[in-house]
Design a protein around this ligand. Structure first.
Ligand SMILES: *[C@@H]1O[C@H](CO)[C@@H](O)[C@H](O)[C@H]1NC(C)=O
Ligand SMILES: *[C@@H]1O[C@H](CO)[C@@H](O)[C@H](O)[C@H]1NC(C)=O
Ligand SMILES: *[C@@H]1O[C@H](CO)[C@@H](O)[C@H](O)[C@H]1NC(C)=O
Ligand SMILES: *[C@@H]1O[C@H](CO)[C@@H](O)[C@H](O)[C@H]1NC(C)=O
Ligand SMILES: *[C@@H]1O[C@H](CO)[C@@H](O)[C@H](O)[C@H]1NC(C)=O
Ligand SMILES: *[C@@H]1O[C@H](CO)[C@@H](O)[C@H](O)[C@H]1NC(C)=O
Ligand SMILES: *[C@@H]1O[C@H](CO)[C@@H](O)[C@H](O)[C@H]1NC(C)=O
Length: 421
């Protein structure tokens, strides 16, 4: 026993697999009984293809062997020999239609044992594993939630923390930033799988993360999960106090509004003036940039009744708002097509109330930059279809806004009205 345990500890870094020391001991006992256990379970197919238009997801069962440093997963299955598609290359990042980002995601081969050698196991695990990438757009908070955290929740929550995360394209800052969430979903330290030259063997492995829609959960696909289950999970993870605004607002305090300040692109140039107007209408206003420490951000955002900001990743923090809070999205010129799927639809599903303020050309820094009859003014939708990079450069990366307070006042009055009901 003692020597088994020491072999185990040496093969993984202290940091990564500290907690698995105990599991190693348990496995020594469990391996003896695993044959009986497998026989008692309902018959599982070796491979379930759970892929869809957003992500590649395979559920692999039985004898699964993963060799990290060659990015290969071996599946023991006689059934597969009859399947002509039994040698696949897949990428575990939930944005498969985005050709641009997918070129940065590691490609994995899934092979059945007859396709070549079936490597011997250096480590046998009795717990399931999930393989996913923290590359791609990870680091942008909107994508952190829509491409990684919501899909990871859907994929791993059923295991009740008894699941090992095997991370490819490891990004340490991402793992550190969301450590509280990772810890709620798995009781083990994550494994940097790309570095593993030893073969790790699992009875079950999920390759890729389940995902069905932008910044949300499709209830018809996941009848036992909604985005509000996820929001409850976040409240629990970050110990957020306010579930709904109702009690708070009836206490006659001034409703609190957070103006999300952006400091890089898409500035709200007159945010001071907008803030003062909102104060004049009765709001308690805080103008603030969103910082990195998500556990502090979650508590901070949860204390507000209204979040307002220019279209961008900062608005993702609406997930931490109490139910019935109001989201005011400032939609810069030309970005109408992005507002709907990214924030309008998701906010409604999150039991939030959504107000949209469309910036007119005279409130945009794009005015005067191009010829009067430029396609930039005439047909943003057309430019978007022609290619995202140019579209992004024109409308997302090089446009600031300055709101017409007279017109914007109406939107804030609507927000007040909504809060009263
Ligand atoms: C899994 O199913 C998806 C969607 O039906 C399909 O596009 C894909 O090729 C399949 N993948 C494998 C590995 O069979
Ligand atoms: C499996 O795919 C890889 C790369 O796609 C290829 O190099 C290899 O020859 C294939 N093996 C079989 C048995 O088809
Ligand atoms: C893992 O399990 C297999 C079969 O169950 C066994 O042959 C092998 O020796 C085990 N490896 C280790 C390192 O325990
Ligand atoms: C999940 O695990 C905890 C303890 O680890 C246990 O108390 C709880 O009943 C489990 N939940 C489910 C649904 O199995
Ligand atoms: C965030 O701040 C809290 C309180 O200062 C601290 O305990 C926590 O470790 C920080 N989290 C991260 C990821 O930096
Ligand atoms: C703006 O953002 C950068 C990081 O992108 C940060 O280092 C800097 O402190 C921010 N500036 C202000 C005024 O907050
Ligand atoms: C800006 O344009 C909007 C809509 O086109 C219009 O309602 C508003 O009066 C204009 N504001 C100014 C200051 O010209």
């Amino acid at each position: 026993m003692a020597s088994d345990e020491s072999i185990f500890s040496r093969s993984f870094s202290e940091y990564e697999l500290k907690k698995l020391g105990c599991v190693a001991l348990t496995i020594c006992f469990i391996t003896t009984f695993s044959f009986c256990t497998i026989l008692r379970q309902p018959v599982l197919k070796p491979i379930y293809n759970l892929s869809n238009s957003r992500s590649e997801v395979l559920e692999l069962n039985g004898d699964i062997r993963i060799h990290g440093s060659s990015s290969t997963i071996f599946v023991a299955s006689n059934l597969l020999q009859e399947d002509s598609h039994s040698n696949w290359t897949l990428q575990p990042y939930a944005r498969k239609a985005d050709v641009f980002v997918m070129q940065y995601i590691k490609k994995w081969s899934i092979k059945h044992h007859a396709a070549g050698i079936f490597p011997i196991c250096h480590r046998n695990f009795s717990i399931p594993a999930v393989v996913f990438s923290t590359g791609g757009y990870a680091g942008n908070q909107f994508h952190d939630f829509t491409d990684l955290l919501i899909p990871l929740y859907l994929t791993s929550q059923p295991f009740n923390r008894t699941v090992l995360f095997l991370i490819t394209d490891k990004r340490y800052s991402w793992i550190f930033k969301y450590k509280e969430i990772l810890n709620k979903l798995s009781k083990y330290e994550v494994v940097n799988i790309d570095k593993k030259s030893q073969v790790m063997c699992f009875p079950k492995l999920l390759f890729g993360l389940k995902s069905h829609k932008e910044f949300g959960i499709n209830p018809s696909e996941f009848p036992y999960h909604s985005i509000n289950d996820f929001r409850n999970f976040l409240r629990n993870t970050y110990s957020l106090e306010r579930e709904t605004i109702d009690d708070y607002y009836s206490s006659k305090q001034r409703p609190r509004m957070l103006i999300v300040s952006r400091n890089n692109t898409r500035f709200l140039k007159n945010e001071g003036e907008v803030g003062n107007m909102a104060r004049g209408l009765g709001f308690e206003v805080v103008v603030r940039e969103i910082e990195q420490n998500i556990s502090l951000v979650a508590k901070f955002v949860n204390s507000f009744d209204v979040i307002m900001g220019v279209h961008g990743a900062g608005l993702t923090n609406m997930v931490f708002l109490p139910d019935n809070a109001v989201v005011v999205e400032i939609v810069p010129f030309g970005l109408e097509n992005l507002a709907e799927p990214y924030f309008r639809i998701p906010s409604k599903e999150m039991k939030l109330r959504y107000l949209e303020y469309k910036v007119s050309l005279n409130e945009s820094s794009l005015l005067g930059k191009y010829a009067d009859d430029s396609v930039v003014y005439r047909d943003p939708g057309g430019l978007q279809k022609k290619g995202f990079l140019r579209f992004r450069s024109v409308y997302l990366d090089n446009q600031d806004v300055s709101l017409d307070c007279g017109r914007f006042r109406d939107t804030l009055l609507q927000a007040l009205e909504i809060l009263k009901n």
